[in-house]
Design a protein around this ligand. Structure first.
Ligand code: SAM
Length: 281
């Protein structure tokens, strides 16, 4: 008996019309639909006249349930995976099932469709050619700090997901790390009646939400560090440090003395000999 296929089906992130004709057909044809929250998905499935057996597959049962689903796929069942909103696997359970299905040699195919990060990025007006998606920042404070630090020098556009009750804290931490002048676009209620995409700086965003209660789910699109910002930082740090301090900063970053002198010569646009002479003094 040949095995079935696992179909990753993107579903709307708000507007029920945002689902592909192919996804509707596959959901109608599948033997089984694995859904993050079966009750939540019933509304959408009923709207499209889809009546199929549903099985829950969520964060808290993903390992055991993935094994069961792989068993069913191996028996020849076709299974469609959906999540509460958007593309399964993207900040949603699904990864484990896809990994296990592929390891078992089961065909996996993904039906493209709505994804909040892409929707936000495309309407943000912020450079979209190169971007980094962090999903939700970790809750655990050390891990969270590490991720935020890793974004400090990021030059690509940064995209994050955030829930309303954590928005204020996240905006404040982003401002501390990236600076208050950084451009951002705060997107909420995407594809819904009250869709909003506010272009502002991180300073403005923090002030705004001091007054306003965050509502709905957010995608934060934040500009990466610009070349001008990098230059300005470099200039101000050169101006406030002696050559010895510069040298120490490079050595502290793990460069050898020779590498540090080379880097400094480039920074100051002077010859290495001039620098040696200066440091010897
Ligand atoms: N798999 C989904 C996708 O493809 O975008 C993401 C699921 S993740 C659990 C949920 C997060 O996505 C929300 O907290 C929010 O950050 C973002 N999101 C989902 N729908 C949204 C919408 N309509 N407007 C703004 N953000 C949304």
């Amino acid at each position: 008996m040949s095995c079935g296929t696992l179909f990753i089906c993107a579903t709307p992130i708000g507007n029920r019309e945002d689902i592909s004709a192919r996804a509707v057909r596959i959901l109608k044809e599948a033997d089984l639909i694995a859904a993050e929250d079966t009750r939540h998905s019933l509304g959408l499935l009923e709207y499209y006249g889809i009546r199929k057996p549903l099985i829950s597959y969520h964060e808290h049962n993903k390992y055991e349930r993935a094994e069961e689903l792989v068993g069913l796929l191996l028996e020849g069942k076709n299974i469609a995976l959906i999540s509460d909103a958007g593309t399964p696997v993207i900040s949603d359970p699904g990864e484990v099932l896809v990994i296990m299905a592929r390891e078992a040699g089961i065909p996996v195919t993904s039906l493209p469709g709505p994804c909040a990060l892409i929707t936000a990025l495309t309407l943000s007006g912020i450079a979209a050619r190169r971007f980094v998606f962090e999903g939700f920042l970790p809750m655990e404070s050390r891990e969270r700090k590490e991720v935020l630090e890793s974004l400090r020098e990021e030059t690509r556009t940064i995209v994050l997901y955030e829930a309303p009750h954590r928005l204020r804290k996240t905006l404040q931490e982003l401002r501390e790390t990236l600076g208050g002048e950084r451009a951002a676009c705060l997107c909420r209620e995407l594809t819904k009646i009250h869709e909003e995409a506010l272009s502002l700086t991180l300073d403005e965003a923090v002030s705004l939400y001091r007054e306003k209660e965050p509502r709905g789910e957010y995608v934060l699109v934040i500009a990466g560090k610009s070349a001008e910002e990098k230059d300005a930082e470099k200039r101000s740090s050169w101006e406030s440090r002696s050559p010895e301090e510069h040298l120490k900063a490079y050595l502290d970053r793990g460069l050898t003395k020779k590498e540090a002198i080379k880097a400094m010569a480039e920074d100051f646009a002077v010859s290495r000999n001039t620098l040696y002479a200066l440091l010897m003094k």
